[in-house]
Design a protein. Sequence first.
Length: 547
Amino acid sequence: MGETMNDDRPTSSLPRTPLRALALLLSSAVFVSLSCSDDGGKDKAKEVGSKAAQKQLLSVQSAESWTLPGLHKEVQVVRTEGNTPHIYAHDRHDLAMVQGFVIARDRFFFLDLGRRLGLGKVAELLGDAGLDSDYESRHIGMTSAADNFLAVMTAEQLEICDAFAAGINAYIEEAKKGTVPLPSEVELAAPLLGYGTDAVKMMAPFGRRDVAGFAAVLLYNLGYETGDIGRGLTARTLDKLFEGKAFAELRRKGAIADIWNNIRPVRPASSASGFGLETATNAPPPPPPPVAGPTPRSTRVARGPHVPKGMLQGLVERFERLERALGHDHENGWGSNAWAVAGTSTTDGASLLAGDGHMPLTIPSYFYQIGLDTSVYGGGKTHQAGLVIPGMPLLAVGTNGHVAWSQTQLMGDITDWYVEELTLDDKGAPKSTLFQGAQKPVEVLEEAFSSVAIKSFLSELNSVGGDEVWQRFKTFDGRWLMQVEGKKVVHALIYRVDHPEPDDPEKETSSLFVARLSGPKPCIVGKTRSNKKARKIADDPTRPCIQ
């Protein structure tokens, strides 16, 4: 199957004869590689090889043609067995734009939810039910990471992101015209979320920040580390280990000395010493250094600074929810691997690379198989095949015919945790933190959240909607305040009640009721459909009771 992408110029179908696409692509690869075989006729060989590859691409029967505003030149897309797209463009800009268009046709809903998760905008699609997710994304710094990505990107990288987003937007425009089918997930969700037959309204346009937001989700999926908090909580419980059991003291000291405090590499030598690969010798690795004699084993628990147990417990529960949302299942396990075999150890002399990215199993998959090329038409350096993360315009796992690459868990220590001593203001909000004996004022940041109003035939999905502004706090040197430990005083309760519409009893709606719990007698002090108004009512201690 072939597709033609072009700019605003008129297009015409060329007569083409069917050819097995996979064989075609293999032939093209041979022609491109042969162009570099003769240094004396390098330019001529490259031109002949490129023209031959172009001719073979055009021999694939054309299935459809599209016009994408902003393309520099015509782009060809060949789909092989398994419906895998291979994109042939003149330059990286056109390659990224068509990649966005092609992937959006297959994975738009995946792209949409991913960028909303990264930017804290799920509630703009799913209503009030998404507010907790939005708050978490912004509070843990995922959205800040997306903005940091944009701040350090080069002009070329930003151009690629813009082109990729433009390709997605071109697909959205075609969906609005009805020239391409809507995503099946959008068609299913539209009536549930109150859009009825106007499902295309769910499809918001993309920009470079949306691409960065998807990248931030990938970063947090691979490298956001919450284990320090869990280990801190475990350390707080070790003093009571085996309490009430036989030989409790002996067993506790043994566990602390032999397991908790016994930190060392599992094996003394690596399997690829020197990373010489093909040039390495087959000699066995050197023997490990002699093990030192017996040393006193400490039975004192090795732990960091003191943190209230209640704070650690609250953070652990919070991050367990985050881990589940990211697809991390520590009970059943999740992980990755990448391994290579040097050509000296294979039957045909070719090196082998196998990779399994550190990603959870999802439907649809986190990966998307694709081919990307600017060599055939533009003489560029891009000639790749492999797997992309759908929301990012670059190949995550694959090969260019000379080098192959993969990825696993980043294992990068990108998260540090601090214990801060806070001073609160008269209203109980963080005012300053203690740093080297001096009080340093905290920075107050106001985050605007939007939630869409939803009237669904499923009451669980109903949403009041509206705009809200929530406060976050940051220390003078840039650390987010994640959890505050102290006495929790509840003055008011906000709860939702589903009920029939006053003017139309056949329709169901919902309202927020505010109950004041302080004072001589609890009572209802307000009723509204707005989250913002409900919070304002709850914060007013002079509000009278209502019937």
